[in-house]
Design a protein around this ligand. Structure first.
Ligand SMILES: *[C@@H]1O[C@H](CO)[C@@H](O)[C@H](O)[C@H]1NC(C)=O
Ligand SMILES: *[C@@H]1O[C@H](CO)[C@@H](O)[C@H](O)[C@H]1NC(C)=O
Ligand SMILES: *[C@@H]1O[C@H](CO)[C@@H](O)[C@H](O)[C@H]1NC(C)=O
Ligand SMILES: *[C@@H]1O[C@H](CO)[C@@H](O)[C@H](O)[C@H]1NC(C)=O
Ligand SMILES: *[C@@H]1O[C@H](CO)[C@@H](O)[C@H](O)[C@H]1NC(C)=O
Ligand SMILES: *[C@@H]1O[C@H](CO)[C@@H](O)[C@H](O)[C@H]1NC(C)=O
Ligand SMILES: *[C@@H]1O[C@H](CO)[C@@H](O)[C@H](O)[C@H]1NC(C)=O
Length: 658
């Protein structure tokens, strides 16, 4: 590769840009690739976790261990802060392991700096599929700022000088050479009096496996991040896998019992009407740990430099750049975190939402194709304005949705919420949607029975995950062939699963006034009474299943609908009539079994429809007796065009206002 300084600047600033666009929202840092939640990796991790509390005590406060065979080998590292109380340390470690088990659902890598409930001690639990012992691990960083700002009456210039000096002293204490018998080598706790604050408390720790120089760099990075992100807030913390930094105007983690207060420097003359010093009571900031925190930075200069160079080099150098981002520097943030995307970057990626890049339009907004500077292709969904959702709610919601990870769901990479734009960023699934295949005269022939069955089963698994296995229990509400995307290997991925939830947080309510679905796929109780449940999705699934068998759109059966048509042929004893002529060579009995399952899914009585887990059992079993279906719902005498979800909701409004 030809070296060129401008290119190097471009690469460096681009990398920075991408890294800074990163936003970590979990209280627990999760990273790395996903693994099958049932794999032995989890078992190994859980079994290591179950012994950590005892082991860390037995090993003077720091312990590392590994278990299992590659690729399911798990490495863990755990420590309690110097001077820990045994019981508090054990409680802390238990709380931390639980946090990881519930927050990092199925991530390979994780870490959390936790504390025990009574706030006596802090501890770290970290796990990974590779040994991180001895390595300086900086990413991801997690910030917890106090929601309170320092009063504007304080002299911030003075405060900054005193704070910087305190940082320097604490870094020195934390990294000073220790007697080699000291296990918890890196620890600094300081309490100081500032001119305008009676007490400021600061704690710094590193894992003892790294060098003192690495510890220093790690702590400096925490401080630098704090200063660029939340300078002006009255306390907070920055966590990294290798180190911990916290400061507050009150004592915390029982860390300051034996610490003498560093007196304030001599006071400069204070004006007569200087504001009284407020004391912050302990406990005032309780709960800010739980606040979902945003680290999102995009320095303007960075952007300018970046844009400047991208114009010059982007085309010629894209492949070099991609290689660069693919390197280890980027791997720990390889799109696995919750990403907050900058609006500028989205505009650039989609060529300012140009019409050439438009992929489609649905009830909730338009979808555009885009390419990130690192070469990754994305699908950008620009939500229709006026969802009435607050910014914070939107972010919280998206952060929940990004945790849903399943082979048969389109992956939500992140979001952008800026100006009055609300944007969701998804992975781009290359093969467009199922309707482009199954309803296309030519392409349909590519869908052999094996392929169709795999698609149907994949959709069922994706739905099962949404309904039962994910922690959120999501009802899709707009399941149809055009919402099933196909990847390069024709694996189905359910799309748009979060949108309904985004707009209706009161998901558990049995009824909703807002009908957002596509007529013909909508269960009668949903269409007529707005009742949603997993069973209304099962109905839509049944319609889709029959479409896959017949190769015809539900609405091509004029005046009747596919479900009713298939039911009549079933009653006549001629179910095979609906089978796509292209499938005549295929196992007829298996196809008829699927027609039967499809008809069970579209039964009028929602209670009689099977659950998705039962459907999957039926798919896989040769021997189980499948019940006979009852009459399906006749959802109306005419069907609208498929992409008509908005007009359906209008129709419903009309119906319901009568
Ligand atoms: C997980 O594995 C166990 C035993 O290997 C099996 O019984 C269980 O059904 C599996 N669960 C899932 C969800 O695959
Ligand atoms: C980490 O674990 C290995 C194997 O259990 C052990 O030999 C090593 O001493 C441990 N290292 C530290 C720093 O505790
Ligand atoms: C404080 O001092 C007491 C008595 O010397 C000791 O037991 C305790 O561990 C110390 N606490 C800390 C946090 O160092
Ligand atoms: C850890 O997982 C990542 C992602 O799956 C993989 O690339 C890496 O090789 C794994 N490391 C080990 C040591 O198995
Ligand atoms: C703030 O403190 C600095 C440093 O002591 C001093 O130079 C400056 O005049 C002070 N500003 C105010 C508004 O008091
Ligand atoms: C703190 O340390 C840094 C780097 O070692 C130094 O540049 C800075 O001047 C120091 N600040 C204070 C207030 O001592
Ligand atoms: C290190 O600590 C041990 C035990 O506390 C003590 O016996 C030893 O003398 C100390 N060594 C030094 C060099 O201070």
């Amino acid at each position: 590769m030809r070296k060129c300084p401008a290119l190097m600047i471009f690469l460096a600033s681009s990398l920075l840009l991408v890294l800074q666009t990163l936003e970590v929202v979990n209280a627990v840092g999760c990273a790395g690739s996903f693994f099958n939640a049932n794999s032995s990796y989890v078992q190994n991790r859980d079994s290591l976790f179950s012994t950590l509390a005892d082991k860390v005590i037995a090993n003077s406060g720091f312990y590392n261990a590994s278990l299992g065979k590659s690729p399911n080998r798990v490495h863990v590292l755990v420590l309690c802060a110097r001077g820990y109380d045994q019981q508090a340390c054990m409680n802390c470690v238990e709380s931390a392991t639980k946090g990881i088990q519930s927050n990092c659902l199925n991530r390979m890598d994780s870490f959390t700096w936790d504390k025990d409930v009574e706030d006596h001690v802090s501890c770290l639990v970290r796990s990974s599929n590779h040994s991180t012992l001895g390595n300086l691990e900086l990413r991801p960083a997690i910030i917890y700022p106090s929601p309170l700002s320092i009063e504007s009456s304080k002299n911030m210039t003075l405060f900054e000088q005193e704070w910087d000096a305190m940082v320097n002293r604490t870094v020195e204490t934390a990294t000073e050479a220790q007697n080699s018998s000291v296990v918890l080598k890196y620890y600094g706790a300081e309490r100081a009096e500032f001119t305008e604050f009676p007490n400021v408390y600061m704690l710094m720790q590193c894992t003892p496996d790294i060098t003192s120089q690495d510890c220093k760099s790690c702590l400096r990075e925490c401080v630098a991040l704090w200063k660029t992100q939340f300078w002006g807030r009255q306390g907070g913390e920055v966590n990294r896998p290798s180190c911990f930094f916290r400061w507050d105007p009150y004592a915390f983690h029982g860390a300051f019992d034996n610490v003498t207060r560093v007196p304030a420097p001599p006071r400069p003359p204070i004006p007569e009407n200087g504001s009284p010093i407020t004391t912050v009571k302990k406990g005032r900031s309780i709960g800010y740990r739980g606040i979902i925190v945003i680290i999102a930075v995009l320095t303007f200069i960075n952007l300018l430099v970046f844009i400047g160079f991208i114009k010059l080099y982007a085309r010629r150098r894209r492949s070099n750049y991609r290689t660069h981002l693919g390197s280890a520097e980027y791997s720990d943030s390889d799109g696995q975190f919750m990403l907050r995307f900058d609006l500028g970057m989205i505009s650039m990626a989609t060529d300012d939402f140009s019409t050439e890049n438009k992929l489609g339009q649905g009830g909730f907004g338009t979808v555009h194709k885009g390419t990130l500077p690192n070469g990754q292709e994305i699908a950008v969904k620009r939500l229709t304005k006026g969802s009435g959702q607050g910014d914070t709610e939107f972010k919280n919601e998206v952060s929940l949705l990004t945790r849903l990870q399943h082979r048969n769901l389109v992956k939500l990479l992140g979001f952008c919420s800026e100006a009055d734009e609300e944007i969701l960023v998804y992975e781009l699934v290359p093969n467009s949607s199922l309707d482009h295949f199954i309803f296309d005269e030519d392409k349909r022939s590519l869908l052999t029975w094996d392929v169709r069955f795999r698609i149907i089963e994949g959709i069922a698994r994706g739905l099962l995950y949404l309904h039962e296995d994910s922690q959120l229990k999501i009802i899709h509400r707009d399941l149809k062939a055009s919402n099933i995307l196909l990847d390069a290997e024709m694996n189905p991925k359910v799309a748009d699963f979060g949108t309904a939830r985004l707009f209706d947080t009161d998901e558990t309510r049995a009824e909703t006034r807002r009908i957002a679905g596509t007529r013909g796929y909508m269960a009668p109780e949903y269409l007529n009474h707005g009742q949603i449940s997993a069973k209304s999705d099962v109905y839509s699934f049944g319609v889709m299943l029959l479409e896959m068998i017949s190769g015809e759109r539900n609405n091509s059966f004029e005046g009747e609908g596919l479900a009713a048509y298939a039911w009549k042929r079933w009653v006549e004893g001629k179910p095979e009539v609906i089978i796509d002529p292209l499938l005549v060579e295929d196992p007829i009995n298996e196809i008829i079994k699927l027609i039967q399952i499809g008809l069970l899914c579209v039964q009028e009585n929602a209670a009689k429809r099977p659950t998705m887990s039962l459907v999957i059992v039926w798919f896989g079993s040769e021997t189980i007796t499948i019940p006979l279906p009852n009459a399906p719902a006749f959802t109306g005498s005419h069907f609208q065009s498929e992409n008509d979800s908005m007009s359906v909701s209008n129709i419903f409004t009309e119906l319901s206002s009568r």
